[in-house]
Design a protein around this ligand. Structure first.
Ligand SMILES: [Zn+2]
Length: 446
């Protein structure tokens, strides 16, 4: 969370640092006096180049709290990279964070003013923020980086954007995993779309999006972009905003213009700036968002799953197409009219990965033909099975791919008028070690 724009912040914004052309940053609060106040109040202080962290959490060996300032500094370098800022240009920037067990300790010390709302998990005011201690170290670290991301964007970038970007970018900048370096030290690795549930314990964003999709009420882009200030109280809102930032920053059709927009003014007109970008197609963005939310999962690779929406040509003669097993929905280049019937016959084998047996040290490849293998199932069907679908936008129901048939030999009837899509059934996160393709012959049904 962050505070609404207040007069005090408006005053603060008048003192600006030059970061880049057309970009001004707000001056933050002086950190040294806050640190001195915390020290006098008997709070523990942990410091790095870009963070002073004050906490009333008792020292506990192995809880990871001592590592937080170093990880914050590693994230800071990544955030600079995201906005194309040379870290040397902001080398003196520091935030003051409070890791809070007992809010009263901070109130009494004068470090939690009465003007700050009674937040649930965290809150940011310029380069000062608070986050409530958590039993889960991963979630505690995520909250630090979420509020720290606000501090960075509010002050260094002078952010005053619509709510979806404000919260979405904080979630985006905070999402990470820890990898050990050669010396065994855990390092921050930005992972905007987590590969495993274990990377983002207790966040639940992907689960929330899938739950809403299953309930028939997925978030829609237009509503997400128009969300009013103060809308972010539930995980659903964070998940929807994060999904928009992830999609725009990773999708090959949007990543470049989105990055250009992010490096310009982050002001209240940000939505209009996006819509006016050369090549920015808001209708396509809305459709891509629908497709992303429909299939989002751990390890989802937006480039690999990107959809070609071109209309295609009619099926006038038997046609062969190739379906790459490692990609998402693939446009066959053929368009069907609603009610058209056709037959699909697939040939070939694909490699879906391998199974390693540590006991015998054997590696067994997992191969599949287009009927799939029942060793594993995904979304109610065996992995490896060929799926045929069309994109449907029915009024009153959420748009999405409707599966018309599945398997090596299948007859389908078009549910709508539009292109025919094929893909091999597999969880998105398992596609990194998938290779091979099926050859599919498509002919009109007699
Ligand atoms: Zn926030």
């Amino acid at each position: 969370m962050r505070p609404p724009r207040t007069p005090i912040l408006a005053v603060c914004l008048t003192a600006a640092l030059a970061i880049g052309p057309g970009v001004e940053a707000a001056e933050g609060l002086a950190v040294a006096p806050l640190a001195a106040t915390a020290r006098r109040a008997g709070l523990r202080l942990l410091e790095s180049d870009h963070l002073v962290l004050a906490t009333d959490r008792p020292v506990r060996a192995g809880d990871g709290v001592d590592d937080l300032p170093r990880i914050f500094d590693e994230a800071f370098v990544c955030w600079c990279g995201h906005y194309g800022i040379e870290p040397a240009a902001v080398r003196d920037w520091r935030a003051f964070g409070c890791l809070v067990v007992d809010r009263e300790r901070f109130r009494t010390a004068g470090l939690l003013p009465p003007t700050i709302p009674d937040f649930a998990h965290g809150f940011c005011d310029r380069n000062r923020f608070w986050f409530v201690d958590q039993s889960n170290p991963d979630y505690r670290r995520h909250l630090l980086l979420h509020e720290g991301g606000h501090a960075f964007t509010l002050t260094i970038r002078g952010l005053n954007t619509p709510e979806w970007y404000t919260e979405g970018i904080a979630e985006f900048l905070a999402t990470h995993r820890l990898d050990r370096d050669a010396a065994g030290v855990e390092r921050f690795v930005h992972a905007p779309l987590p590969a495993r549930a274990g990377d983002v314990e207790q966040l639940g964003r992907i689960e929330e999006l899938r739950k809403r999709r299953a309930a028939g009420t997925p978030p829609r882009l237009a509503a997400v972009l128009a969300a009013p200030p103060g809308n972010h109280h539930a995980i659903a809102a964070y998940a929807s905003s994060w999904a928009a930032v992830v999609l725009f920053s990773q999708h090959p059709a949007f990543a470049r213009p989105f990055a250009a927009a992010e490096r310009g003014p982050l002001d209240a007109d940000f939505n209009a700036r996006l819509a006016a970008l050369p090549g920015w197609d808001m209708d396509r963005a809305a459709r891509e968002y629908d497709a992303f939310v429909a299939d989002v999962d751990y390890g989802y690779d937006i480039t690999r799953m990107a959809v070609d929406w071109s209309p295609g040509r009619p099926l006038v003669a038997p046609t062969r197409v190739t379906v790459d097993a490692c990609r998402g929905w693939q446009n066959t280049g053929l368009t069907l009219e609603r009610g058209d019937r056709c037959c699909l016959a697939a040939r070939g084998r694909v490699l879906l990965g391998e199974v390693r047996d540590p006991a015998t040290k054997t590696v067994t490849p997992i191969e599949s033909e287009a009927d799939g293998i029942t060793l594993r199932w995904y979304r109610g069907r065996p992995v490896g099975r060929l799926l045929a679908a069309q994109w449907e936008e029915p009024g009153g129901k959420p748009p999405g791919f409707v599966i018309l048939g599945a398997g090596a030999t299948v007859d389908i009837t078009a549910a709508t008028s539009g292109p025919l899509y094929l893909q091999v059934n597999e969880p998105p996160g398992d596609r990194t070690d998938t290779t091979g393709s099926f050859t599919v012959e498509i002919r009109s049904a007699p």
